[in-house]
Design a protein around this ligand. Structure first.
Ligand SMILES: C[S@@+](CC[C@H](N)C(=O)[O-])C[C@H]1O[C@@H](n2cnc3c(N)ncnc32)[C@H](O)[C@@H]1O
Length: 300
């Protein structure tokens, strides 16, 4: 149970839970309202699945139908949910993407020669790994199998999709420690970083494809962008292009946790049930733009 991914996640979850909640009560209220509606509307004839269920801080488990299953690779997530909500829910522990173990192995093999155990020079390891990333497998096999077996009527993705790219970065940093895998010189193109972004993009697309093909009603909430701005930011009416919705800054300094994937475009054949965005102030001058999108069922 305590593999490399679960150890990283347990630490990240600790950091997530230790944040100053006063700053984000508004975010918590909105996310709980959104996910709560998904749970209330769920067709009771089919199971409900919550991806990235974590400790349930964002999830109104009281509204979850009996048998609702949590899925989270953090080994403490289920027991934390029990402590928070008094609910011992069926649970799947494991990587919902099935992409992180191949990533870890590729990173470790790039850093160290398997036959001699000798550490490779940093630039050689970076090039090797960047070349390996495009061919790594990334089919969410376990998730597809679960969907095939249980036929969920509703799937919630609770703030997990935007975590995948940063998690992958943490995993590479662990494999390369004590060095950093990234280009130190900002003027030099960082080929490994770019290759990792493309890797994360493929992971997110594969995940969305599996969710789409499940046919289930989807309630997805995730970080859409991380924006740096000393001044206050405002949001106009919802637009498909999130950049057009952000007002108040002449030039947008943004990081895209979804690595270019537009969820609405990926699920274009679905009927939208609800779509909204809001800001989640996380740190000094840092604003997370949260996106909440719900889609009706579709015949698989
Ligand atoms: C930002 S937290 C969401 C918190 C959670 N919704 C809650 O209410 O506590 C992201 C969650 O996704 C989980 N997670 C991230 N990547 C995962 C993966 N590849 N497979 C399974 N769970 C993952 C983390 O362990 C964490 O609990």
């Amino acid at each position: 149970m305590f593999n490399s991914l679960s150890r990283i996640l347990a630490r990240e979850q600790h950091a997530f839970l230790s944040r100053d909640r006063q700053e984000w009560w508004n975010h918590l209220a909105r996310i709980q309202d959104f996910l709560g509606e998904g749970l209330n509307q769920a067709n009771r004839a089919h199971p409900v699945l919550i991806l990235g269920a974590g400790s349930g801080l964002e999830i109104p488990w009281k509204q979850a139908p009996r048998g609702t299953t949590g899925w989270d690779a953090d080994p403490f997530s289920r027991v934390r949910t029990l402590l928070r909500h008094g609910r011992w829910a069926p649970w799947v522990f494991g990587d919902l993407t099935d992409a992180f173990e191949p990533l870890r192995l590729a990173a470790e093999r790039s850093v160290q020669e398997s036959w001699s155990g000798r550490r490779r020079r940093l630039d050689i390891a970076q090039v090797r790994l960047a070349a390996l990333l495009p061919s790594l497998p990334m089919e969410p096999i376990a998730l597809r199998r679960w969907i095939h077996t249980h036929r969920p009527g509703t799937i919630l993705a609770a703030n997990v999709m935007g975590q995948l790219a940063p998690l992958a970065q943490r995993m590479l940093e662990r494999a390369f420690a004590p060095e950093l895998p990234w280009e130190a010189d900002a003027e030099v193109p960082d080929r490994l970083h770019e290759a990792l972004e493309r890797w994360a993009e493929r992971v997110i697309r594969s995940l969305l494809k599996a969710l789409d093909e499940s046919g289930a009603e989807l309630w997805l909430v995730h970080d859409r962008a991380v924006l740096e701005s000393a001044s206050a930011l405002e949001l106009g009416p919802f637009t498909l292009d999130w950049k057009a919705q952000v007002k108040g800054v002449p030039r947008l300094e943004a990081w895209d946790p979804l690595c270019g994937v537009e969820v609405v475009a990926e699920l274009a054949t679905r009927t939208s049930l609800r779509q909204e965005r809001w800001f989640w102030p996380v740190g000094e001058g840092q604003h997370h733009l949260v996106e909440a999108l719900a889609f009706a069922t579709k015949t698989p």
